[in-house]
Structure formats: structure tokens, C-alpha cells
Design a binder for this molecule. Structure first.
Ligand code: NAD
Length: 492
């Protein structure tokens, strides 16, 4: 059987020939040190750990594991760079560096996208069309603010805080680095960034861009390691601000340990968003929005539309269309440009998804998965839909962070609202309806930081992003994203 025939024998009527992105553009080093003082250095800890490709389980490189002494050096380096010149550099000069970084990301976008997909397992289509353009856009956007801070906060005189400790997760590695670094640098702070242990490579490649941009040594430091390294960093007495994106569990630990220290903190945590479809919504578009809401990036998205609330009168046709659409999703090699759902980021995450899906089955929900072949090696999970879900089920309450949708129904807008807000989280929501007044009615009552109407998972650097309740506090993006990195004269 030819590749073309084989690719076409799934439920999709369209045959696809494999279209694999070449990895030649990426040159991996065997080992990556810590980026401290403007160069990659060996860790004082002497410890290293491998980072693997979740699609093949093959090791890609070894990465340094920063210990306490390494964290000290990184913070010292950031402090020195801040005091020596970064805090006093005019905004227009800081902006030049940010523009250079943004342009270099655009120029090297393909290389970054391939590396992101290799290290994290997300489809190349998404790294190429979402992560990279948005990361560059973030640097461009904040470059524009760097010399206008005096106008951004009328009547108040902003000043930088000092050294920011920034800890990020594995679902959007480079994009989260951009969300952290761009506003910190634009406002005159220096940074120590810690990428997640399963996806350190694009942050390390970014250090080449920082060097090429002639960013003064120490302004950005990148240290790798797992939770222990993160903990040393956020608890270091030499830092002025912590910006954390990750799980609610770790967010709570950090909040507790920072209480009373006077250090500034922003937390971007988990979510369990409701995607709400009313009977008057354009159903085909809504189904695309549901698919994008939960299967984008394998559902490893804090704002994923993981709970579908569909009005009872259209539940039948919506589910039928959704199941049909699921049959056409292509799961597999993330480097293939036809792939819709790539690899699960790690063995640990796959185990967590499997456990929660089993809980859904045990608690009596009905599971549907399309028939699709999965590669033999690597970490994979089929796109999954649960119906007959009760509000109390774990799959309706807990963040799964995988391609798993829990479907519930409602009859009235009031009922939809109560069900949507019945969660400890409050990061995002989606509303699908033709009626503008209903969108506004819902949006003003939903307890969520980001609400999309007739679309889902749209991001823009000019738009603030962040949560309520256990989804954290503080905003990233937009004008709001500058404030957590600034103090104001007279206000401490
Ligand atoms: P995680 O909390 O386990 O890890 C996040 C980061 O924190 C990693 O770099 C990790 O090494 C580090 N870390 C772990 N323990 C630490 C500690 N005690 N002190 C300091 N740092 C520590 O989360 P994860 O599994 O990597 O990421 C998934 C989570 O992130 C999900 O819950 C998701 O919703 C959330 N997330 C939120 C947003 C948002 O903007 N709200 C965005 C992306 C991901």
C-alpha cells in the first residue's frame, strides 16, 4: 500500500501524503549549561538531566540542573546588571534591544518552531503559526511601551522593581518566556528565567538571540532544573518580584512562602473553562470552536474549553457534528504538517490524563474516542469526549490538561451561568450565540478573566490575560501586564 493510500484509509475522505518538516535546521548541542552573566556556564552543582522528545522518547540533549549556588550566581548577575546600567537606561534604548529580539525571533522562526515541536511534542503547525508569531509579537508590543511608561500611567511616576524571578510551564515554552521577559525588560527590570524541566530547549536557544542582540550580560539569565531549582529561585532573598505560571498546587506553595516578605507576586495558574453553546449559535462554527478549544495543543492549555455546556435543544446535532469532526482529526507525528493532535508532553502528564479519564469512566460518564492508530513509541492520547457528565464528577471539576472534553447540557442562560461558575477556577470562558445582548449578559456575570465570544483560544499581546479565584491573580499582556513590574513614586 502506498503512503498516500495508507494516509487516506482513516475516516477522512481526503488522503494525505506525509509531509514531515525537516529537523535539519536545528543543530542540537550535546549539553547545555546555565545562561548566567551573558554566557552558558557549567553548573556548580555538577548535575545534568536529559530532555527527551515525547513523540519518540529519544533523548535530545543534556541540560544543567541548577543548584542553590547556581541560583545565587544567576540572581547576583541579574542584580549587578540592573544596578550597573539597566535600571538607568532610557526606555528608548531598552526598546532597541526588545525590537532586535523580536526581529531575530521572526528571522529564526522556523528553527525555533521545529525545536519547540521536538522538545514539547506540539504539532509543527501550531509552533509555526501560533507560538512563534505570538512570541515575536509580544516582544514587538512591549518594545513599543518601553519609552512610553510615563504616558501609560498618567499622573504616576513608574520605576522598575529590580530583579524578577520568572518560572514557566511546558505547554507554551517560548511563548511563556516571551510573556515573562518582554514586560520585565520593557519596564527596566532584569530577570532570572526558569523554563520547565521537560521543555528547556527553546529558552536556551533564545539565549543565542539575546547574545546576538548584544543585550548587556546579566540582564536575562536562564537557569534550568525542576521544582527544587524553581523553589530556590522564588525564595531567594535577592529578588524583588516573582512571576509564576504553572499549576495551582505549586502557585499556592509559592504564595505561602512569599507571604510577609514584601516581594511582589503574580500567579497564572490552572483552569477549567466552560465553552457555552446556545441554540441560536452557528453550530458548524461552534463545533470548530469546541475542537479548537480543547484539542489545540493536546489540551495542554490553561484556558482550554474543557467543559462544554450546550443548550439541551441542540445537544443532539452538536454532539453528532462534534463526533464527525473528531474522526477527521489527525493524531501522530507532531513534525508532520498535517497533524492536528501531537504527543502528550511527558510520561507523567500521560499518566495523569489516563488516571482522570479512568475516573470519568468509573464515575459513570460515557466516553467516546475516534478510532485512530497511534504511533507505537512516544506518549499519545486520543481526542476524548465524555457525555452523561455530572457536575460533581472529577472530570467536570479537575483540570485534566489533556485532550479530554466533558459535555454537560443546560436549558436557560441562568442555568448555564450557574454551571459555568461552578468551579474553583476562573481563567477563561467561551460564549456562542447570535445575540449580542446575551454575550454581554453572560460576559458580565461569568467569573473568568478572559471571555471569548463566537471564537476561542485567541491571543493578542495587547490584550490582558489572567484569572480569578484559583486561577491566580495579576495580568499578563497589554497595559495591565506592565504594572506588576513597576513601583510608583510615593507608593512604594
Ligand atoms: P507546575 O506547577 O508543576 O510547574 C510549573 C513550573 O514550576 C515548572 O517550571 C516547574 O519546574 C516549577 N516548579 C515546580 N515546583 C516548584 C516549586 N515548589 N517552586 C517553584 N517552582 C516550581 O505546572 P506544569 O505541570 O509545568 O504546568 C501545567 C500547569 O500550568 C497547568 O495547571 C496549567 O493550567 C498551568 N498554566 C497556566 C497558565 C496561565 O497563564 N494561567 C499558562 C500555562 C499553564
Amino acid at each position: 500500500m502506498s503512503d498516500l493510500e495508507r494516509a487516506g484509509d482513516a475516516a477522512s475522505p481526503f488522503p494525505y501524503a506525509p509531509s514531515r518538516e525537516s529537523t535539519e535546521i536545528v543543530s542540537l548541542q550535546e549539553r547545555y549549561g546555565l545562561f548566567i552573566g551573558g554566557e552558558l556556564v557549567e553548573p556548580k552543582s555538577g548535575a545534568w538531566f536529559p530532555t527527551i522528545s515525547p513523540a519518540t522518547e529519544e533523548p535530545l540533549a543534556e541540560v544543567a540542573e541548577a543548584g542553590e549556588e547556581d541560583v545565587d550566581l544567576a540572581v547576583e548577575s541579574a542584580r549587578g546588571a540592573w544596578e550597573r546600567h539597566w535600571r538607568d537606561l532610557p526606555g528608548r534604548e531598552r526598546a532597541k534591544y526588545l525590537y532586535r529580539i523580536a526581529r531575530a525571533l521572526q528571522e529564526r522562526a522556523r528553527e525555533f518552531a521545529v525545536l519547540e515541536t521536538l522538545d514539547g511534542g506540539k504539532p509543527i503547525r501550531e509552533s509555526r503559526d501560533v507560538d512563534l508569531p505570538l512570541a515575536a509579537a509580544h516582544f514587538f508590543y512591549y518594545a513599543g511601551w518601553a519609552d512610553k511608561l510615563g504616558y501609560a500611567f498618567a499622573g504616576r511616576t513608574p520605576r522598575p522593581l529590580g530583579v524578577a524571578a520568572q518560572v514557566i510551564p511546558w505547554n507554551f515554552p517560548l511563548l511563556m518566556a516571551a510573556w515573562k521577559l518582554a514586560p520585565a525588560l520593557a519596564t527596566g527590570n532584569t530577570a532570572v528565567l526558569k523554563p520547565a524541566e521537560t521543555t528547556p530547549l527553546t529558552a536556551l536557544l533564545l539565549t543565542e538571540v539575546l547574545q546576538d542582540a548584544d543585550l548587556p550580560p546579566g540582564v536575562v539569565n536562564v537557569i534550568t532544573g525542576a521544582g527544587e531549582t524553581g523553589s530556590h529561585l522564588v525564595n531567594h532573598p535577592g529578588i524583588d518580584k516573582v512571576a509564576f505560571t504553572g499549576s495551582t498546587e505549586v502557585g499556592k506553595i509559592i504564595q505561602r512562602s512569599l507571604a510577609g516578605t514584601g516581594r511582589r507576586l503574580t500567579l497564572e495558574l490552572g483552569g477549567k473553562a466552560a465553552n457555552i453553546v446556545f441554540e441560536d449559535a452557528p453550530l458548524d462554527q461552534a463545533v470548530e470552536g469546541i475542537v479548537n478549544g480543547i484539542y489545540f495543543n493536546q489540551g495542554h492549555v490553561c484556558c482550554a474549553g474543557s467543559r462544554l455546556l450546550v443548550q439541551e435543544s441542540v445537544a443532539g446535532p452538536v454532539l453528532e457534528k462534534l463526533k464527525d469532526r473528531l474522526e477527521t482529526l489527525r493524531v501522530g507525528d507532531p513534525l508532520d504538517k498535517n497533524t492536528d493532535v501531537g504527543a502528550i508532553n511527558s510520561r507523567a502528564q500521560l499518566d495523569k490524563i489516563t488516571e482522570l479519564v479512568q475516573a470519568g469512566v468509573d464515575e459513570g460518564a460515557e466516553m467516546y474516542q475516534p478510532a485512530c492508530d497511534l504511533p507505537e513509541r512516544g506518549y499519545w492520547f486520543r481526542p476524548t469526549v465524555f457525555t452523561s457528565v455530572a457536575q460533581s464528577h472529577r472530570i467536570a471539576q479537575e483540570e485534566i490538561f489533556g485532550p479530554v472534553l466533558a459535555v454537560m447540557t443546560f436549558r436557560t442562560p441562568e442555568e448555564a451561568l450557574v454551571k459555568a461558575n461552578n468551579t474553583p477556577y476562573g481563567l477563561s470562558a467561551g460564549v456562542w450565540t447570535e445575540k449580542g445582548s446575551r454575550i454581554l449578559w453572560m460576559a458580565s456575570r461569568l467569573r473568568a478573566g478572559v471571555i471569548w465570544a463566537n471564537t476561542y483560544n485567541r491571543f493578542d499581546p495587547a490584550s490582558p490575560f489572567g484569572g480569578y479565584k484559583e486561577s491566580g491573580f495579576g495580568r499578563e499582556g497589554g497595559l495591565h501586564g506592565l504594572e506588576p513590574y513597576l513601583a510608583f513614586e510615593g507608593a512604594g
